[in-house]
Ligand binder design. Structure first.
Ligand code: ATP
Ligand code: MG
Ligand code: MG
Ligand code: MG
Length: 466
């Protein structure tokens, strides 16, 4: 059935309301009382206390459409058809209420009856020891057993350290031969290519992973599911990737309009166009939740994303400030689902504009420094750009070493890479010292370091990628 993003969201939430769920609005992207994550990355994360039984939920059945940010996926954004740093996750949750026998048939009913996705293109994976899930899928639901794959613990057992955990079952759609060879088993197992796309994950938290490494049955068994709204829309709308579904496409079209580019003509440009489209969505949403650019924590993630978008704009030859024009489209398309966008409109615009200007100046200064240094080197009849300048360009102006090398080569110069590496090493040690000194602040304890490591080394990554 061809449905818009806003219609699919509504269909999902009202379907689960009809199954006794309480509909709650999306939680903020900023986690509350949870130093273990920097940004909300799944529908269940803001509700951990309900899952653990530490807090009483407003109802034992809840459904939401949650704003999510996943910076670890950033390297894939624009290159795969299915990853954004921002996306909306549809979810239905049971806090000690229903379990596998209800949720699996409901998921099937929603996909095949409400959305009318043909059964023969749906595949599922389950944890190999989960006979209960296997029987529900094959007997109660009646799915073709050749469409069920039993997977190892690494694939289909959801756990994070100690605490509630359990097997899961993922639902995939086969998008057809134009996206690759017909090898469901491999396509799913290795998560390769864009033919078999995971749309929905059903998690059955039924165990407590104890400190001694054993698993004890939980007295409160939970259900946590997550379905990527843009991915579902990609399937229903028959488009190539999640940047082409209606609400996102409007942003993408605006990027093309500003750049004077036609989408689909040049793959290099298309990647930049998709990256900008994604990053303006994540940043607009982050600012609406009160995050502002800074040099640490969430603010640093925001800064990086905005600067990366700006940098990709340069690659498209956009010669003016353009990010607020895009934020405007994001607000228009998603404001009805997320009223905070409309409420904080002025703040969003002012924040983006200031950061874009600041970055513009930084880049201009970096290019100046590079030009000056190259002039001096040439004047002295030398051929090597000093390592400390290469490092300064990297550290202060965000120029990756490869970009500097490339510009140097264009000017028949080389860079002192060993000198750059030494400067990097010194800085790393200094940072380690600083971290040790500051180790009591909460963001250090979080996944921040890991998350930032997974951010591209520089704002110029899309330059390197393309
Ligand atoms: P994948 O294996 O495709 O990266 P995942 O297993 O990491 O997905 P889950 O953590 O199970 O994803 O999240 C639940 C659902 O959210 C997925 O089934 C998918 O539909 C959607 N989803 C996950 N990551 C992204 C993303 N980066 N962009 C868009 N949708 C996503
Ligand atoms: Mg993933
Ligand atoms: Mg997966
Ligand atoms: Mg998954």
């Amino acid at each position: 059935k061809r449905l818009g993003v806003n219609e699919i969201r509504e269909a999902y939430l009202s379907f689960f309301e009809s199954k006794g769920h309480l509909r709650l609005p999306s939680f903020s992207l900023v986690p509350k009382n949870d130093p273990s994550i920097l940004l909300i990355n799944a529908g269940m994360t803001p509700m951990k206390a309900y899952f653990r039984g530490d807090e009483k939920p407003p109802r034992t059945r809840v459904t939401t459409c949650q704003k999510c940010i996943r910076t670890p996926d950033i390297e894939r954004v624009g290159l795969t058809s299915r990853h954004g740093t921002f996306f909306e996750m549809l979810g239905n949750f049971s806090f000690g209420d229903y379990f596998k026998a209800e949720v699996i048939p409901w998921a099937w009913e929603f996909l095949t009856k409400v959305l009318e996705i043909p059964k023969d293109i749906l595949y599922v994976t389950i944890y190999e020891k989960d006979d209960e899930a296997y029987d529900i899928w094959t007997k109660k639901v009646g799915i073709d057993p050749t469409h069920v794959f039993k997977m190892s613990k690494a694939d289909n057992f959801w756990e994070h350290g100690t605490g509630p955990c359990g097997p899961d079952s993922e639902i995939f759609v086969d998008r057809g031969p134009q996206y690759g060879k017909e090898t469901p088993q491999q396509g799913i197992q290795q998560d390769i290519g864009d033919r078999y796309v995971e749309i929905w994950n059903l998690v059955f938290t039924q165990f407590e992973h104890q400190a001694d490494g054993t698993y004890a049955p939980l007295k409160q068994r939970n259900i946590d599911t997550g379905a990527g709204l843009e991915r579902v829309a990609t399937i229903l709308q028959g488009v190539d990737n999640l940047f082409e579904v209606d609400t996102v496409r409007a942003v993408l079209d605006k990027v093309c309009e500003i750049a004077g580019k036609k989408y689909g003509e040049n793959e290099r440009d298309d990647i930049s166009i998709r990256v900008i489209t994604d990053h303006i969505r994540s940043t607009t949403m982050m600012i609406a939740d009160g995050i502002t650019p800074s040099n640490e924590g969430r603010g640093y993630v925001l800064r990086r994303l905005l600067r990366r978008a700006s940098r990709c704009g340069r690659l498209l030859n956009i010669k003016r400030l353009f990010l607020t024009d895009l934020a405007d489209v994001v607000i228009k398309c998603s404001g009805s689902a997320y009223p905070e966008l409309i409420e904080h409109r002025d703040f969003i615009m002012a924040t983006i504009e200031a950061e874009e200007k600041r970055f513009d100046q930084t880049v201009a200064q970096g290019l100046d420094l590079l030009q000056q240094t190259m002039n001096e080197v040439k004047k002295n009849k030398q051929q090597i750009l000093p390592g400390d300048v290469v490092f300064k360009l990297h550290d202060t102006y965000g120029f990756p070493v490869d970009l500097t090398a490339e510009i140097a080569h264009e000017n028949k110069l080389d860079i002192d890479r060993a000198g750059f590496d030494r400067a990097m090493q010194v800085q790393k040690e200094r940072a380690r010292e600083a971290r040790r000194a500051k180790s009591d602040s909460s963001w250090i304890k979080s996944d921040l370091a890991k998350e930032l490591k997974e951010m591209p080394a520089s704002i110029y990554t899309c330059y390197e990628k393309t």
